[in-house]
Design a protein around this ligand. Sequence first.
Ligand code: ADP
Ligand code: GLC
Length: 487
Amino acid sequence: MSERLAIALLTAEVAPLSKTGGLADVTAALAKHLHAGGHDVRLFTPCYGSIDRAAVGAQPLAGLAGLTLAVGPHAYVFSVLRGALPGSAAPVYLIDCPALYERDAIYTTDPDEHLRFLAFTRAVFTACQRLAWGPQILHCHDWHAAFAPLFLKSSYGNEPLFAATRTLLTIHNIGYQGIFPAAHVADLDLGERLFMLHQEDLTAGRINALRHGILYADAITTVSPTHAREITSAEYGMGMQDTLRARDADLSGILNGVDYDEWDPRRDRYLLQHFDADHLQVKAALKRVFLKRMGFRIDGAVPLAGIVSRLAAQKGIELMFETLPKILQGRELAFIALGAGEPQYEKFFTGLAQRFPGRVAFHRGYDEELAHWIEATSDLYLMPSRYEPCGLNQMYSLRYGTIPVVRRTGGLADSVEHYNADTGTGTGVVFNDFDGPALEWALNLALDLYADPAHRARLRANGMARDFSWARQGALYEALYARLIAA
Ligand code: ADP
Ligand code: GLC
């Protein structure tokens, strides 16, 4: 084993406690991987009101109850609870502050949203101090924890406890940057060190959390090699491209892994029966059960395309607006969508289900079990994203023998290989342009390949044999941590 490292993971989401998307899956799986590898990894996350404290065995920590935390002119009372991630003994430290985290949702549009995560970040430092624990690595995820590197260099710069601490920022989604008005600058408690802030933003009247993470972290990663290149361009950088380019030497991409304890048809806890590449008749049987349960009125032989997604502009749902009705009209196809988000997309799927009764189903909301059934029983999985830092569902699909149809961007480009009908290599259908005709071409091709038993079998076998396990991907993080510590 490599050297045992002390690693703090700072994240706004961790599965199964709090999840809106892939961030939760990834931080949970990374913590599990590092813990199993013998590291002293401690995952810090806010204790939202929705978290089932008993499920993680959360216990108060001596000396960490009823503490007062000052964040600029604001004062909060918080405690730290310690538990373990379900399915692992990886320790979780919950920052319990009802005034900030007892809300209806994980993320809010409340005026104190920036304070919720500044307080979280500050509370992590306080917890480390009280525990007399100096992590060698502070691994910050997304904008919510992105001020930690700057705080380390400003407020805690002289503390022996943190003298050896190195910081890593992982950008899971550059579309969310944690921007708040410069009028709240006092909330950062930077005192004399205001010069450390990005001055142009400040002059323009705003403070951008993510940008400061990029400026001050010792290294920056995003969740696929292709996306690491993309975000230095104006097309994908969302305004961060210049700041990222200035850190080019410290920027890299590490593709997410898949937690096959959770997402594998050989042991999926939600399925009635299990299957692998040699028992695809079980997949077909599950599909028939599922079609009936969801009110489809079609034969099991009709291909089913599925999607499980946050319904946000990022996901390219608008490409389906014209394409899906056209294909549903012209060809044999059934379609199921699970998701919630922007009203225009919800409306589109609702309308589609009304227009094609018995062939299209839309379940609005968040449903873990349904997500697994869709992955397991669909024949095709659609992911026409505008941008996709990594994406998990296309990788889940591969393991379930569900053929992904994806746009060539970010992690989709790095995890799905376009099928070559001559050589029989490749795992899915990959299209380039972000427009309706490109998706239409891809869907038609996928349906043609699916209709051909030889191609269908080849595609499935290729996909099911792919391995995106954390054993591989986690080792890349460990190597990066080691490099940072040695530097
Ligand atoms: P993102 O993080 O951008 O949302 P990912 O593909 O990385 O995209 O991860 C999405 C994760 O969230 C997957 O585990 C997916 O199954 C899950 N998910 C998204 N929407 C829903 C939903 N409505 N119900 C259940 N799971 C969902
Ligand atoms: C994000 C991205 C997604 C990625 C996930 C986990 O929210 O949109 O592509 O897989 O984070 O890293």
